[in-house]
Structure formats: C-alpha cells, structure tokens
Ligand binder design. Structure first.
Ligand code: ADE
Length: 246
C-alpha cells in the first residue's frame, strides 16, 4: 500500500527536521510507510557556487528576502511529480491553522510545505505559484520550519491507523463537532500527596463514568477556555451549558 499522505517540505534547513522525524509516533508512521515526508533543500536549486538564496529588498529596509528565481523553479519541479497536491506557504500572514483545517488536509494525498526564512519571500513567489498561505498563530518565528512540523504532526495523527487506537483522535478537543476540552484523566496511584482519583472513575459504572467525563469536560472548558463556549451553535447540550454559564 502506498503511503496515505505524502508531505514534501521545501526548506533551507532540512536538518531542523531530523530529530522530529526520527522519534516516537512519526518514526513509526514513516517506517511502516503510513505517511511519507520528503525534505528538499531549496539551496540545491541555486546556480551559483555560493548557493545564494536571498537578496536585499528593493527600496531598502531591514533583512533579506528569498529570491523568486530560486524558489519558483524548485516548487514547480516538486509539483511536476504529482497530478494534484496542495501547495501551502508558511507565513505569519496566512490563514490560521487549526484542528478543522488539519482534518481538511488529512483528506489530501500530497501536501507541499514551503518554508520561508529571513524577512520572507519576494512577493512574486505568491503571485506566480498562488499557494495557500498558512500561519500557525499570531507570532513571528524564525522561519516556516517549526510551523511545518506543527502541521505535519497534527495532520498525520488524523491518518487512519497512525495512532494505535483508531478512536483516539476522534474525541480530541477542537476537532469538527467538538468545541470543548478533553476531560481530566488519572492513572495509578489512586492517591498521591493526599489527592485521590475521583471515586466514580473506580466504580466500574460506565454510564456514570461517561456522564462524569462529559460534565468534567464542560466544566474545564468554562474554566480554561470560556471563549470556546461562545462559538457553540448546534449542539443542544453545549448550547444550554453555554447559556447557563454566561
Ligand atoms: N513563519 C514565521 N512565523 C510564522 C507563523 N507564525 N506561522 C507560519 N509561518 C511562519
């Protein structure tokens, strides 16, 4: 079976991904070919011996920009290897990445992640390639690599069979239809420093445990992320909870 999803990452610093790809769940998913991650060093497309990828901005100003004539050919070469595939450019100006966006991407077969560096890309990169611009949050990173890792990790968890228990991502907070936080979880010992595990979780009564978990989730959301309850629209339990706790 071919991998369910292939990520092509275009970066000037492929070494950043080494530890990330060689540990834990990602290591396993790559080894069993459930997913594939190909790293491409954009510097390999530079023609001069210094492998110059950046240049000063016209009109002055701080920092350097990634050159259009270096970036465009390497993206186009990767695109030629596939009929379809989504081209995503990592930039703080992009659409904000979240769990629902990740669910959408998990249905793709190929995702190209274009990582910026320095002050960003020459504007013509976006004009020519028309990528979807994506940000992982309203803060500025040194480049797109950490953002690409966040996206790979979030999307790969949604590929069937990647996680051991195939249900274990269905109930994750923030997924479609789930705008509340996960409930509290406990394991042994039953008591630690005077703090006991809630009695109900030891009762074996699955209906009661399910009820406790739902209530605990709602309570935690109210305490930690009340903003999430404001966006509740369809779910009647959540709607009444949100109204009661306004
Ligand atoms: N590059 C720099 N900052 C970024 C961010 N917040 N999201 C995506 N790419 C970035």
């Amino acid at each position: 079976m071919p991998p369910a999803i292939r990520f092509d990452v275009l970066t000037l610093f492929p070494g950043i991904f080494e530890g990330f790809l060689s540990e834990s769940v990602l290591k396993g998913a790559l080894a069993t070919q459930k997913i594939e991650v190909r790293l491409h060093n954009m510097r390999d497309w530079a023609e001069d011996k210094h492998a110059t990828m950046d240049d000063r901005p016209f009109g002055g100003g701080p920092g350097m920009l990634l050159k259009v004539d270096r970036v465009v050919p390497c993206v186009e070469e990767i695109q030629r290897q596939h009929q379809s595939g989504r081209l995503l450019m990592l930039t703080p100006q992009g659409r904000c990445f979240n769990q629902v966006f990740a669910e959408e991407l998990a249905t793709e077969q190929q995702i190209i992640l274009l990582c910026g560096r320095y002050e960003g890309f020459d504007e013509r990169v976006a004009e020519i390639l028309k990528p979807e611009e994506v940000s992982i949050g309203d803060y500025i990173l040194n480049g797109g690599e950490v953002a690409a890792m966040v996206m790979i990790e979030t999307v790969m968890r949604l590929v069937p069979e990647v996680l051991g228990d195939e249900n274990s991502n269905r109930l994750d907070s923030f997924s479609t239809g789930n705008r509340i936080l996960d409930c509290a979880h406990y394991t042994r010992p039953r008591e630690y420093r005077g703090i006991a595990v809630p009695e109900i979780l030891l009762s074996g009564n699955h209906a009661e445990i399910a009820r406790w978990r739902e209530e605990n989730s709602l309570q935690r959301t109210k305490e930690k992320r009340p903003d999430l309850l404001k966006s509740v629209s369809n779910d009647s339990t959540l709607r009444s909870f949100a109204v009661e706790n306004k």
